[in-house]
Structures are given as C-alpha cells and as structure tokens.
Design a protein around this ligand. Structure first.
Ligand code: FPP
Length: 253
C-alpha cells in the first residue's frame, strides 16, 4: 500500500521532506547494534535483535512512502571474524526474517533480493533465499536488497571474473566492456544506484559497501545507533539529501 504522504501535513523532520521527490533507492549500513547493547549492559547479540526489529520498521515505512529500492548491509565478508555466538545470532535473525517474509511478501508486494556470496551460507539459509527469490520473481513492488556475506571489492572481482569467463567462452569481447555492460555482472544488475547512503552509528566510512554503486550517492551520517534509528531520523536523512546540490561532476545550472 502506498500512502499519500505528499499531501500530508506533518510535524518534525517529516515536515521538511518533499514526499513527491524522494530518492528511488536508499542504502543503509546497519551499524551500532553492539554498542547499543553494551551501553545497556546487555550482550552484543541483544543489539542485533533490536536492530532486526528496527530494520522491519524502517523497511515497512520505506515501502509505505514509496521508496522503490532499499539496500541494507546486514553481514559483510569481514563479519565472520566475530565470535561464533554473535555470527550465529545474526544468521538466526536472518533466518527468522526470511521465514516471515515467505509468509508476507506476496500480501505486501515486497520483493527481496540478496547480494553477496551465498555459497558459504548454511543449506537451510540458502534454501530460504531461493524460496524468497522465487516469490519475488512474481512480484512488482518495493524491492529490499539484503547484503549478506557481501564486500564491495569482492563484488567487483566477482563481476570481473564472470566477464573474463564470458570472454573466454566467446560470448563477449574485451573491447565490448563499458560501464553499462560491467554493471550487468554486479550483484546489483538492473537496480539503479542509490541516491542516498545512510550510516548510523557515528562512523564516517563506507566499509566496503556498494563501492561501485555509491559513486554519486549522497552520504548521510548520524551518531544515532541503528537500534534507535527511527522514522524521524529517516526523515532527517531524506530532508538533508533533498537539500544537496547534486552536480554529477557538472556545474550548477
Ligand atoms: C553492525 O553493528 C551490524 C551487524 C554486523 C549485523 C546487522 C544485522 C542485523 C540487524 C540482523 C539481521 C538483519 C536483517 C536485515 C533481518 P555492529 O555490531 O558493528 O555495532 P558496533 O559498531 O556498535 O559494534
């Protein structure tokens, strides 16, 4: 269901958002779960559990206001270095989310896509990913891209390798390669680049996320930790984006 926010009068940061001029694609680095928990004397895993709830709230809201694509960094290629119980908790939360999605995505017309190297996931998780992909293929609505075992450099190397394989097989020639063709080899093939990248948690770095796709993204950083990230904070990020002067290397008209 798409709500008519453009005509709605709202207080807070929502009042500063032009809902008729939203970014098509928002990317978010889900950061700060561990610190959120530690500040409360809780195990880090408690932060991931609340972080998964926050993701549900924000993803639903993005769908409601008409964001076409939401991409989140749920687990990086480097996150395997974390303690086993933390990795297991995150994988368990992903499994729970996918099980819920399988029951609800058709009703909500929400597509899921997964970006990253899925080959190392458990067979159970891989099977759930496949089921979500099969359902998504029948749907047309808002698309949520979940990056799991994802790294931006690994994605580019993977794309380059696949292109080289196609060259070897005679399907394409090296001189055919353009930016447009290369994009077809990325996990994000067919998805427009994010206009807005949000990083909660106070850090101001990209951390190997969407290196290719964020070439012209507007960055929004906030000290708010991901579990505390709210619709109000999303409004602030979108309002800040709408005030940016996007020149793409050109000059102001
Ligand atoms: C970064 O915070 C967060 C993660 C590595 C995991 C994010 C995963 C979830 C929210 C759960 C499942 C996700 C979905 C999409 C259902 P951090 O642990 O690095 O925080 P810190 O910087 O405070 O230590």
């Amino acid at each position: 269901m798409k709500l008519s926010f453009s005509k709605r009068k709202s207080g807070g940061a929502a009042g500063q958002v032009d809902f008729s001029r939203l970014p098509r694609h928002i990317a978010i680095i889900l950061d700060g779960n561990g610190r959120w928990a530690q500040r409360r004397g809780l195990p880090r895993t408690a932060g991931h559990k609340v972080g998964a709830e926050t993701f549900r709230t924000i993803a639903t809201y993005c769908r409601d206001i008409g964001i076409e694509y939401l991409t989140v960094y749920a687990f990086s290629t480097e996150n395997w270095k974390r303690p086993k119980d933390e990795v297991d908790t995150i994988m368990g939360l992903l499994k729970r989310y996918l099980l819920e999605a399988i029951d609800t995505m058709e009703r909500d017309n929400v597509r899921l896509r997964f970006m990253g190297d899925m080959s190392v996931l458990s067979d159970e998780l891989k099977a759930l990913v496949d089921r979500c992909n099969a359902i998504s293929a029948r749907l047309t609505g808002c698309q949520c891209n979940i990056c799991i075992n994802y790294g931006g450099r690994a994605e580019i190397v993977h794309a380059a390798r696949d292109f080289a394989i196609d060259c070897g097989a005679g399907k394409v020639k090296p001189e055919d390669l353009t930016e447009e063709l290369f994009e077809k080899y990325l996990y994000s093939a067919g998805i427009p680049s994010p206009e807005l990248l949000i990083r909660p948690g106070g850090e101001q770095r990209l951390s190997n996320f969407l290196l290719w796709q964020c070439a012209y993204a507007e960055f929004y950083y906030t000290d708010v930790l991901w579990p505390d990230f709210s619709k109000e904070e999303l409004h602030r990020a979108i309002a800040a984006y709408q005030h940016r002067d996007r020149r793409f290397g050109g000059i102001k008209k």
